[in-house]
Design a protein around this ligand. Structure first.
Ligand code: MG
Length: 430
């Protein structure tokens, strides 16, 4: 039977007045929730979410779908509370939760996530992030517009794009992880990850064998590093994997799991707990390093028709937006200078997004050198007009003005008796 050992710690930090984070490390269910919303609504949101999650998971099926359903129930509970009170409208919370479940008759760890709290797996000393943040900066990183380092210090890094309680329905990300003895899973709010680098988190998790001690130390370090937000950490160790590692490798002689000096918080899946087996001495002694177990099996789930409809809607909106930008970008003309000649362009000076202006006509007269400095500055910036005819009129006026300056003062022609010479087109691109 898979046995888990957990430690947890939370702290208000050094800036906030209240701790709006909540955690669960009870009844075989582990969770971190980070509430948002004024007038103590954030506290209500995170508290409601973990209470509902615990109740719904305990009463429901201990499967991955059961955990997803419990998260959906938590979303509905926060949503209904938010709708019932004007002060609480708009409140929400992140939720990252882990539970031991049954998948096809085998024990697995189910993990769910909504928002920017995170889950990490430390396996054989290597730390990997399991969850994907639903945050503005993470989307910019995914789009290649920000680096991870820039995201770490971005002023808008706390803006989340998905949270419990914001909508009546919620999309919950979920994974299944095969638990191996020695694996350590970290759940945490962004108050930890905004203060400490992954390297520092990994180093602490590697060096402190006791999960309670590790949780406390991570919170202590995040406080010392600034503590600008509430900090919450849950550390879950797989202390027994029911021989799974042994089966994974016939050469397995011992376990890499370190011995545990004291008995901290002990949590396993409630109905199947064998607390007698959780003595610290039960942990096998550290011997020869075991061959690595297979990589954790992560399965993303829940690609439903709703996701498909959402993608279609997003594509349609994006298509409409591109068309509108294109219509605006190409719907005007401007007079500028090209190759030292006055020219008419279609589009906006300097272009707009990926719509560059196109050269419509280059005029032989006047040349750029014949313009007054102020006229030249204006044309270098681009003189915008609504139509091609207006652009032609503007160039004709310029030409007449240049010719008037060139003529002897006594023979200044009147514009009414002058027919402008035909304009010569040297380049036309539709
Ligand atoms: Mg936070």
């Amino acid at each position: 039977m898979t046995q888990l050992l957990a430690g947890a710690a939370t702290d208000v930090g050094r800036v906030r007045q209240m701790n709006e984070d909540r955690f669960l490390a009870d009844e075989g269910l582990f969770a971190v929730a980070d509430g948002v919303g004024g007038h103590q609504a954030g506290e209500v949101a995170s508290q409601t979410s973990v209470e509902t999650l615990l109740r719904a998971f305990t009463d429901g099926e201990h499967t991955t779908d059961g955990l997803v359903s419990a998260a959906e129930a938590a979303n509905a509970a926060v949503w209904h509370l938010a709708q019932a009170s004007r002060e609480k409208r708009g409140m929400g919370t992140t939720l990252t939760a882990l539970a031991l479940v049954q998948v096809d008759g085998e024990e697995q760890l189910a993990l769910i996530n909504v928002g920017d709290s995170r889950a990490y797996l430390l396996q054989k000393g290597e730390l990997m992030q399991l969850t994907e943040d639903h945050s503005l900066v993470e989307e910019l990183v995914r789009d290649g517009k920000l680096t991870h380092a820039e995201a770490q210090v971005h002023p808008q890094r706390s803006i989340i794009t998905r949270a419990l309680g914001m909508e009546p329905q919620i999309k919950v990300d979920s994974w299944e992880i095969t638990p191996y003895q020695g694996d350590r899973i970290l759940l945490c709010s962004d108050g930890l990850t905004n203060e400490l680098s992954d390297e520092r988190i990994a180093s602490t998790l590697r060096h402190l064998a006791d999960p309670q001690e590790a949780a406390h130390d991570l919170v202590r370090q995040a406080r010392a590093a600034g503590g600008s937000d509430n900090i919450t950490v849950v550390v879950v160790d797989v202390v027994d994997d029911d021989g799974r590692s042994r089966q994974a490798s016939a050469a397995l002689a011992g376990s890499a799991a370190p011995g545990r000096p004291a008995a901290p918080t002990v949590t396993t899946l409630a109905p199947e707990v064998d607390l007698t087996g959780m003595r610290p001495a039960a942990a096998p002694p550290p011997t020869a390093p075991a061959p690595p177990p297979p990589a954790p099996r992560l399965r993303s789930r829940r690609l439903t028709w709703r996701v498909f409809a959402f993608v279609i809607a997003v594509v349609a909106v994006l298509g409409l937006a591109v068309w509108a930008v294109g219509w605006y970008a190409r719907g005007a003309y401007f007079v500028g200078i090209d190759n030292e000649q006055v020219a008419i362009f279609r589009g906006r000076p300097g272009g707009l997004l990926w719509f560059d202006p196109t050269l419509v006509e280059r005029k032989l007269q006047p040349t750029g050198a014949e313009l007054l400095p102020a006229q030249r500055v204006e044309l270098e910036t681009g003189h915008e007009v609504a139509t091609k005819a207006a652009a032609d009129r503007y160039v004709n006026n310029l030409r007449q003005e240049v010719e008037a300056r060139r003529a002897p003062p006594t023979t200044l022609p009147t514009t009414s008796s002058t027919t402008p010479p035909p304009t010569t087109t040297t380049s036309v691109r539709p």
